[in-house]
Design a protein around this ligand. Structure first.
Ligand SMILES: C[S@@+](CC[C@H](N)C(=O)[O-])C[C@H]1O[C@@H](n2cnc3c(N)ncnc32)[C@H](O)[C@@H]1O
Length: 494
């Protein structure tokens, strides 16, 4: 194939182009002859943008409203009901205020696959979930959505420098029932045998997806590097298998098409654990099949690996991707090793007294007509105080994991200040639909000033003092919260 024909979405020159060419030469023998021209044609077209809606904040009908507002032509992603390709647009989906407040997440289509493979009924039964290599958190937001934010998610990443991105993404998504840890995933099998209902292992990989996009840039890879990655992936998958509950489900995924990091890794684990685990036939989750390989040219894989999903780019117009759904039938009878320990006092959280809880509850009722207690009950959370901050934390997190060192947990809902309680922007952007009082509709000029971080004069004498919700688009969209005092609406998002 001519060099320029290969897809390099960002139009960067070498080394991305060299990496693309090398990967194409390497993977070509694995592509069925009859599909080569479809593949070549797919690789010469740019990928569409895509997003996944946040069902905690936006429903399907509202997606249609957004499509009209921003001139989008949408098409549902075949394997992800909440995912949409944006075939054409007037306003880019990355430039809207709905994107800014986490009503949807921009994600490449292939990355919507792994979490879509988990069983819906189990996902909606308050599961305990481990996202073993989670940062920056795109797939963690999908786990939050699919478990209705009513399970508990341990979002882990071994890289300390990538934890802040994970925090930001989950905060913006409005996730309550999660906590973030920073450990090598290899430890979880020892620390938590037979524990998690679901595990996602979206493994570090060589990113040979045949499509070079900024979130997954392609680069030249040596054989040695590929081997080292495969070793790490096998160790992580081994750990994940041990940490999975019998009857639980695990997805192993990568954004590389290298068989050595995909089928070969799963095959090795299958050989090690025999009938205690199995690869499910995930083809059933697709409208038409995209089977895993039966050989890497050297070894023959277990036939069940055809049940794994190998997204060659032409199959579903995606970047290259691999995912296998693995089930655990039996416990290995592992003894639990001691986990690292942090005393709860060190977390800085203190139990909130009943009087303060009542005060907060009354504030939300009077100021916004919002009933806090039923929400906390629905999500099985309690209020905690850290200095002057009010947080909602998962009860299950507190009873089962509070002694494990962690980087953050739950969601901040307000600050206690001398001017009274100031609710947190993320909390309001998650629940604004249930807040019926003190909504103030901004016109276009006011909106522009607000988005520049300015305060606004409050000519409306009916506005009560304190925090109000600022709305746009006939009160459909939440813009932020402001604080009314002395004839001004102070911009709290500054
Ligand atoms: C493919 S990225 C994960 C992307 C993420 N799942 C998402 O959807 O946004 C792989 C991640 O694995 C992390 N990682 C690498 N080695 C690890 C290890 N031994 N244990 C846990 N995480 C690891 C990297 O820091 C990186 O953030």
């Amino acid at each position: 194939m001519a060099k320029k024909q290969l897809r390099n979405n960002q139009d960067h020159e070498n080394p991305r182009q060299d990496a693309l060419d090398a990967a194409w030469e390497k993977f070509r023998p694995f592509i069925p002859e009859a599909e080569l021209s479809a593949m070549e044609s797919a690789l010469s077209k740019p990928l569409d943008r895509a997003f996944r809606l946040n069902p905690l904040k936006l429903d399907r009908q509202e997606v249609e409203i957004l499509a009209k507002r921003y001139g989008w032509t949408l098409e549902q992603v075949p394997f992800c009901p909440d995912g949409f390709r944006v075939r054409t647009y007037q306003t880019s989906p990355s430039l809207t205020r709905e994107h800014q407040i986490g009503q949807y997440y921009i994600q490449d289509t292939a990355s919507m696959l792994p979490v879509s493979l988990f069983d819906t009924r189990l996902m909606e039964s308050r599961p305990l979930i481990l996202d073993m290599a989670a940062s920056p958190g795109g797939k963690t937001t999908h786990l939050v959505a699919r478990s209705l934010d009513q399970g508990l998610i341990m979002a882990n990443d071994s890289s300390l420098s990538r934890i802040s991105a994970l925090k930001t993404v989950l905060k913006n998504w409005g996730s309550l029932n999660h906590f973030i840890t920073n450990f090598p995933g290899e430890n979880f099998g020892l620390w938590y045998p037979d524990t998690f209902d679901f595990i996602l292992l979206d493994a570090p990989c060589s990113m040979q997806s045949l499509v070079s996009i900024d979130s997954h840039p392609m680069r030249p890879i040596t054989e040695r590097e590929e081997k080292a990655l495969a070793q790490r992936q096998t160790a992580l998958l081994d750990s994940a298998i041990h940490a999975l509950k019998p009857g639980g489900q695990l997805v192993y995924s990568t954004c590389t098409l290298s068989p050595y990091e995909d089928e070969a890794v799963v095959n090795q684990i299958l050989q090690k654990y025999g009938s205690k685990i199995s690869v499910a036939n995930a083809q059933e989750k697709l409208p038409y099949p995209a089977p895993g390989l039966t050989t890497d040219g050297i070894q023959t894989f277990d036939p069940s690996l055809t049940g794994s999903i190998r997204l060659w780019p032409h199959r579903y117009e995606t970047a290259g991707f691999f995912a296998a759904l693995i089930c655990k039938q039996d416990s290995f009878g592992d003894q639990r090793s001691e986990t690292p320990f942090r005393s709860w006092e060190k977390s800085g959280f203190t139990e909130m007294n009943v009087a303060t809880q009542e005060k907060i509850d009354t504030f939300f009722k009077e100021q916004f007509g919002f009933l806090l207690k039923p929400v906390l009950e629905k999500y099985d959370c309690s209020l905690w105080q850290r200095e002057n901050e009010v947080w909602a934390l998962s009860n299950r997190y507190f009873t089962e994991f509070s002694s494990l060192p962690c980087k953050s947990a739950g969601m901040k809902i307000a600050s206690l200040t001398v001017s009274g309680l100031i609710p947190d922007n993320d909390w309001i952007s998650r629940f604004f639909k249930e807040m019926k009082k003190n909504r103030f509709l901004l016109d276009e000029t006011q909106t522009a000033r607000w988005l520049h971080g300015e305060d606004l004069p409050s000519a409306d004498g009916n506005l009560s003092k304190g925090t109000i919700l600022l709305m746009v688009d006939a009160c459909e969209t939440y813009l932020g919260c402001g604080f009314v005092s002395a004839g001004r609406i102070r911009n709290l998002s500054k």
